[in-house]
Ligand binder design. Structure first.
Ligand SMILES: NC(=O)c1ccc[n+]([C@@H]2O[C@H](COP(=O)([O-])OP(=O)(O)OC[C@H]3O[C@@H](n4cnc5c(N)ncnc54)[C@H](O)[C@@H]3O)[C@@H](O)[C@H]2O)c1
Length: 375
């Protein structure tokens, strides 16, 4: 079993990682459950163990990660007479985390919540840090989803990670999670020269020994959360170093939006990291062996196994991509991009908006979409 304690301004909270943790959980401390509709067995288990517990179920889609869903859940809690002293449990992937956590922050100005992440992505990333937000649909000539525009930083009280949930994930969902672990390992290279090596070692061990997959996954989850803990404890409120965690996200979110969320979040971020690496190389001349090897790993090991990606990528139009890229909430009057640093890890760089940058990004996007399309 791995355990971590995360220090936050409001309270410290614990993370436990253990196979079969969910099977042995006691649900009686909770006043209500919010659970992903897909997780029928988990829902059944909760209903058997705590038959009177109100359970709200919904389908985890980006369009349901909305203010309308927040309102529905708030009303559900009110209809079940949930009080200010309540503690609710959210069970699901990143969408449940983000929507459920926001509900907890809003209901009666804030109630306690805990989280059981059930996708690899939510185990390695979303489950700590307390970033909870929903999307908003902006209707111009074409409709654009602005990701995570309305939100709060509102940490959970406990995080219970049971890697057994990963057994029902598709391989695209597993690789989506691995892309975020790769991101964490790469950005941590700035502070610790060993983390990237440890990641590569675990990745190789897992892919060459399928029988060790569960054990390696638990170690990869712990590695990723150690990195995120290090970063969020230095900058909980996202004013400086926490933004390093957005490596690949400005490009990646725009790709997600332009493909109407048909590709897994982590795979979009993986493409986004390749874009960021290419932008740093062409615009700033930043290149070295670590960066090149990392880019090859992302392209060959994380993205290449998914040839179907190219069908969705082909549908991207420059206008939808560029609108979403510009709407990224991290930009101010200038673009803010998280790019690889020559000396290891990543840096926050600001750029004045210009036609030159737009053309450069357009070329990079075309190159990547063509090269992924040819796999
Ligand atoms: N708050 C954060 O720090 C943070 C970090 C990363 C991502 N996110 C957000 O998380 C979202 C993506 O989350 P995600 O990829 O974890 O999943 P998700 O919540 O988007 O779910 C993806 C699909 O997996 C299904 N699913 C959930 N658990 C499953 C299981 N055990 N087996 C099989 N299928 C399962 C869901 O029903 C859904 O169909 C995005 O909205 C992203 O913005 C948030």
């Amino acid at each position: 079993m791995h355990t971590l304690t995360i220090k936050a301004l409001s309270h410290n909270y614990s993370v436990e990682i253990e196979q079969t943790l969910f099977d042995n959980m006691d649900f009686t401390p909770f006043s209500a459950i919010i659970i992903d509709q897909y997780l029928t067995k988990a829902r059944q288990k909760i209903a058997e163990k705590a038959p009177t517990l109100p359970i709200f179920t919904y389908e985890a889609t980006e369009s349901n990660k909305s203010l309308a869903m927040v309102e529905r859940i708030l009303l559900f809690l009110n209809n079940h007479h949930i009080t200010k002293s309540a503690h609710i449990l959210i069970v699901g992937g990143g969408i449940l985390h983000d929507t459920g956590g926001l509900v907890a922050s809003l209901y009666m100005r804030g109630i306690k919540w805990s989280f059981v992440p059930t996708t690899l992505l939510s185990m390695v990333d979303a489950c700590i840090g307390g970033k909870c937000a929903v999307n908003i649909e902006k209707r111009t000539q074409s409709s654009v989803t602005i990701k995570n525009l309305i939100g709060a930083i509102y940490p959970p009280y406990h995080v219970f990670i049971d890697p057994n949930f990963t057994t029902t994930l598709s391989s695209a969902q597993i690789y989506s999670g691995l892309a975020e672990v790769a991101k964490s390992a790469f950005l941590m290279h700035r502070y610790d020269g060993m983390i990237l090596n440890n990641y590569v070692h675990l990745y190789n061990r897992m892919t060459s020994n399928p029988s060790q997959q569960n054990e390696c996954l638990a170690d990869l989850i712990a590695l990723s959360l150690e990195v995120k803990k290090f970063i969020i404890e230095r900058d909980e409120f996202d004013t400086n170093e926490r933004r390093y965690l957005n490596f690949g996200h400005t490009f990646g979110h725009a790709i997600e939006s332009a493909t109407h969320y048909r590709i897994e979040h982590g795979l979009a971020i993986a493409i986004g990291m390749v874009c960021a690496i290419d932008f740093a190389a062409t615009h700033m001349g930043i290149q070295n062996n670590t960066i090149t090897t990392f880019k090859q790993h992302i392209k060959n090991d994380i993205l290449a196994p998914f040839p179907k990606l190219s069908n969705y990528l082909k549908a991207i139009t420059w206008e939808t991509f560029w609108n979403a890229f510009n709407d990224d909430k991290k930009h101010d009057t200038q673009f803010e991009l998280i790019l690889p640093a020559e000396t290891g890890g990543v840096d926050r760089i600001h750029f004045t908006k210009s036609n030159e940058i737009e053309n450069n990004i357009k070329d990079i996007l075309n190159d990547i979409l063509n090269s992924l399309g040819s796999h």
